[in-house]
Structures are given as structure tokens and as C-alpha cells.
Write a protein that binds this ligand. Sequence first.
Ligand SMILES: O=C(O)c1cc(=O)[nH]c(=O)n1[C@@H]1O[C@H](COP(=O)(O)O)[C@@H](O)[C@H]1O
Length: 272
Amino acid sequence: MDKKTLFGNIQKKESFLCIGLDTDLGKIPQHLLKEEDPVFAFNKEIIDKTADFAVAYKPNIAFYEALGPKGWESLQKTLDYIPKDIFTIADAKRGDIGNTSKLYAKAFFEQMEFDSITVAPYMGKDSVSPFLEFEDKWVILLALTSNEGSKDFQVLETEGGKPLFQQVLEKSQQWGTDNNLMYVVGATRGEKIAEVRSNAPEHFFLVPGVGAQGGSLEEVAKYGMNKSCGLLVNSSRGIIYASDGKDFGDQARLEAKKLQKEMAKYLERYCR
Ligand SMILES: O=C(O)c1cc(=O)[nH]c(=O)n1[C@@H]1O[C@H](COP(=O)(O)O)[C@@H](O)[C@H]1O
């Protein structure tokens, strides 16, 4: 999917919501455990109930890998079930020496036809470039993450007093374009999002951390939005585990709708 189509979907749905499919057998409603594929049964209901409010779905690969071959099967079924006009993100946080990255890219872009994958920048250009060679596919590079540990390395000063995340932003813009490269910026970073935006004015940001991690959607929109929205804001637990009963789909729908309504307001206010 290209940037223009993604922005078109955002305008049509008045939403920049990404729903994280972090599906955990220990957290899904107990009645689903008797299904042949409980993970897929759960995801199917979530997708059915939220697809009109979401412009992206992000399965976090760890939750599927942890279940072995059956988990990979549930992941493939989930990916096949997501409507084709919705952007898909393999949250795999991959990145290795070039020939290995190339095979990770094949796994997620050819075997599994995801639109995008999250990639760690730590190993540098030759670890990221192989993912950028696939037409119509996106790399979502970790820049300033939402977790406490982001302070360990990402904000450390480098040459010229620039924090490391800024070096990641500046250097990686020589590797890809705003049509195949996005950045992860945590919603918990508040005003720092404006700093990231000034370093990458045209790129889309994947912003996790609203909902369970407490980030503010209003701040994200205020500091991060650009003229083509430029944001995919993710919520996983806050939506998919809104209820652990038989009404989990309907409750997820309510949470997704609430975020979409707020997003419509910010699109009107800040997207220009
Ligand atoms: O790359 C990510 O998606 C990611 C980056 C980051 O900085 N912080 C972060 O929470 N994530 C992911 O985003 C999701 C957040 O989930 P919730 O906190 O449940 O909404 C999880 O799948 C995390 O792995």
C-alpha cells in the first residue's frame, strides 16, 4: 500500500487507529479455549467488530511465535482475514546482517504478505536496506520507543550533542523515503514527539503507548500530526481486552469507536 492510499483510508474512516493484535491465550475469554483455534477465533471477532474504525492492524509476532507452529498458523489465518484495504504491520522488530535480513523480509513480505514490518536500527544500514528493496512494502524503524528502557540508549548524546534517536532519524532518511519508511515514536514521549516530527516532517509515525501505557492521544496529535496525518496510533490491550466475557467483541468495538471519534476531532483540528 502506498502513502497516498493510506492517507485516503484515514480520510475516509476519519481515523488513524491501529489495533494491536497482541493475542494472549492467558487473557482471552475462557469460553474461546474450546475452539479449535482460540487465537484465530478471538482475532476474527475483534476484526469483525472493529474493522470500520481501524486503518491498520498490528499483530505482535511474539504472541504467535510463543505458541510454536500452531501460532504461526493462527497468524497466517488472521492476516488472510484482515480486509485488503487495511494496512498490516508485522510487529517483529527484526534486523540482522544483510543476508539474514533479506530472509526475514522474504518471510514477512513474500511468505506472509504483510504491508510492513518493525525493524531495529542498531545494526545499521546493511541490516535495514534489504527490507526496503520490496516494492510497496514498508519498514517501520524504531526511533524513540515508549518503554522506560528507551532512556538507556536512545536519548544519549552523540557527536554534536545530538541524541542517538536523532542520528537514527537523520541517517535512515538517506536509506529510504517517506513512501517506504516510517518511524516508531512512543505516545508516552509527550512534547518530544514534536522534536521527532521536526527531524522527519513527511514520514508516517507508528505511535504505540496510548491506552494501557497511559500516553495522551491529544498530545500525540498536537505534536505529531502533519498535512497527510502522518500518524498511526496503536492501542492493543486497551481495545482487545476491554472485556474478558462473551461481550469482548462489542466492548472492543466501543473502545475503538471512542478513539476513532477523538481522532476525527484531531484530524479536523491539526491535519493541515
Ligand atoms: O513497535 C511497537 O509496536 C512498540 C514500540 C514501542 O515503543 N512500544 C510498544 O509498546 N510497542 C508495541 O505496541 C504494543 C503496545 O501494546 P499496548 O500497551 O497493550 O497498547 C505492543 O505490541 C508493543 O510491543
